[in-house]
Design a protein around this ligand. Structure first.
Ligand SMILES: [Fe+2]
Ligand SMILES: [Fe+2]
Length: 167
């Protein structure tokens, strides 16, 4: 990211990054060894740059990207058995949206709600409504692609498996 963009970007996301609640995501494992904090930051930066490039709402893209996986608990630690459609991959987007509104109400808007709620398309069937929502869902998939380099981790990507043998 160039210098100007970097400054602008960090101004937009500063309050979230520094907040106690978001800092906790440094301890949440996402896929493999990547934390939710690192993953969300990568997705947010890519979505921001895409929105910037296409003259779209880069602020909402940055915030939505950063909060798209702002669910409550590290999902790999869930022990309770759940029916298939209640598993992490299907429910965490709504939970993230609710948390985002709970912790950062002053930063939220309708577009960011949609960005977070629809980022798991096509796993969750309703497609994103705004171009910025598409930027985030694409950035999320792009960043998560590293999982494809290790195909045994694929089920983790959609949140239906907790651990891979031998990990
Ligand atoms: Fe997600
Ligand atoms: Fe994600």
């Amino acid at each position: 990211m160039s210098c100007n963009y970097k400054e602008e970007y960090y101004k937009i996301v500063h309050d979230i990054l520094k907040s106690e609640e978001f800092q906790k995501r440094k301890k949440y494992k996402h896929h493999g060894d990547i934390t939710v904090y690192e993953h969300s930051l990568k997705v947010s930066k890519i979505a921001y740059l895409l929105a910037r490039k296409f003259n779209k709402d880069y602020k909402s893209a940055a915030i939505g990207g950063l909060l798209h996986d702002f669910y409550s608990k590290p999902w790999q630690e869930e022990t309770e058995k759940k029916p298939f459609f209640k598993k992490h991959g299907f429910v965490h987007a709504r939970e993230a949206m609710e948390n985002a509104n709970k912790y950062f109400p002053e930063l939220m808007n309708k577009k960011i709600d949609n960005i977070i709620l629809r980022h798991m398309f096509p796993l969750n069937k309703i497609p994103p409504r705004y171009i910025e929502s598409w930027f985030v869902t694409l950035a999320d998939k792009y960043v998560s692609m590293e999982v494809f380099l290790q195909p045994t981790k694929l089920p983790m990507l959609i949140g239906i498996h907790k651990k891979v043998k031998g990990e």
